[in-house]
Design a protein around this ligand. Structure first.
Ligand code: SF4
Ligand code: SF4
Ligand code: FES
Length: 326
């Protein structure tokens, strides 16, 4: 084990751990924001620069600081390393600049965006954004691309974090979409049409940190803060069948994977569970999902509500969770 200090808090971690993972071990406000890193998708990170931190001491053997801010998601810790996140004015200034860049071409869609209320970019803007904008030019716009009946692509909202590219690459047999072109004309390639014809393609919705990829079966149905997130499960032959069912009364409005405090899903779910099972009788409702992250959703006190009363599983349609083959 090696010892590292982040914002004056010491922590012991295994060799090879990144600064971000070490900060997550401490938890709370020490953890840098991450818009492109996704712990369950190896290879992600190093794209968005929101997780920059300052290394004020490289290691116990070499007490010199690193000359530039480093991406905490892809920089491994060394024994005796001392890192500053919130304590560094340089880091806060850089993060504000990155948020300003991310918002330069981002549309002001929050009032009509299905991601609102659970959007990482909204949270980041709230913490580090400016009230106004210095950008006077016309925002970049992309032509609309139809990628099928289940997933809606809003390219104008994409921050090019590559998470959906890694998700499709790692969850499906063929990688057929990626980022085309360079600089401010970069875009998720049109071959995304092919990637979504797969049983696990719906997971790109959950991994997307913004509202660039959203659930068409839930589109404009409700704001997320009006819904109650409930843990639910069913016997599924394709995935574990453990989901969060977003409910209004006894109606299921949408299904997502179960997300942890960093907004990352615990296990990827199949499209059948996500898009085709909206009848409450097809699920065993376990009870309110505890939203661990700071969110408008956890502010509506849904956890004190009792779980819906009518839920009687259809005989044979459900079973205990975790029995299905993945
Ligand atoms: S992606 Fe987030 S910041 Fe962008 S419009 Fe949607 S809710 Fe607002
Ligand atoms: S569509 Fe979403 S997940 Fe894919 S690169 Fe854009 S922001 Fe990232
Ligand atoms: S989360 Fe580290 S660069 Fe994006």
């Amino acid at each position: 084990m090696i010892k590292v200090t982040i914002d004056n808090i010491p922590v012991e971690v295994e060799d090879g751990t990144t600064i971000l993972q070490a900060a997550r071990k401490i938890g709370g406000r020490v953890v840098p924001p991450a818009m492109c890193y996704y712990s369950r998708l190896p290879g992600t990170g190093g794209k968005c620069r929101t997780c920059l931190v300052k290394v004020v001491q490289s290691s116990a053997k070499d007490p010199r600081p690193l000359p530039k801010l480093v991406a905490s998601c892809s920089t491994p810790v060394l024994d005796g390393m001392v890192v500053e996140n919130n304590l560094s004015e340089e880091v806060i200034k850089a993060r504000k600049g990155i948020v300003e860049f991310l918002l330069i071409n981002h549309p002001l869609d929050c009032p009509v965006c299905d991601q609102a209320g659970e959007c990482d970019l909204q949270d980041l803007s709230y913490s580090f954004g400016f009230e106004g904008t210095r950008f006077e030019e016309k925002k970049r716009e992309f032509p609309e691309i139809d990628i099928g009946p289940y997933i809606k692509l809003h390219m104008n909202r994409c921050i090019l974090c590559y998470r959906c590219v890694y998700a499709v690459d790692q969850l499906t047999e063929n990688r057929v979409h990626g980022v085309l072109y360079r600089s401010d004309v970069s875009e998720i390639s049109t071959f995304i049409n092919n990637s979504i014809e797969n049983d696990f393609s719906g997971n790109v919705i959950d991994v997307c940190p913004v509202g660039a990829l959203t659930d068409r079966t839930f589109r404009f149905k409700s704001r997320v803060w009006y819904l109650k997130p409930m843990d639910a499960h069913r016997l599924c032959s394709k995935c574990l069948g453990k989901v969060t069912a977003w409910m209004f009364g006894n109606e299921i409005y949408r299904i997502t994977g179960r997300k942890d405090q960093y907004g990352e899903i615990e296990s990827f779910i199949c499209n059948e569970c996500r898009f085709e099972k909206k009848n409450i009788h097809e699920w065993v409702i376990e009870g309110p999902r505890k939203i661990k992250r700071q969110s408008v959703i956890s502010a509506n006190h849904y956890e004190t509500l009792e779980k819906p009363s009518i839920i009687e599983p259809i005989k044979g349609a459900m079973n205990k969770p975790g029995k299905a083959e993945n």
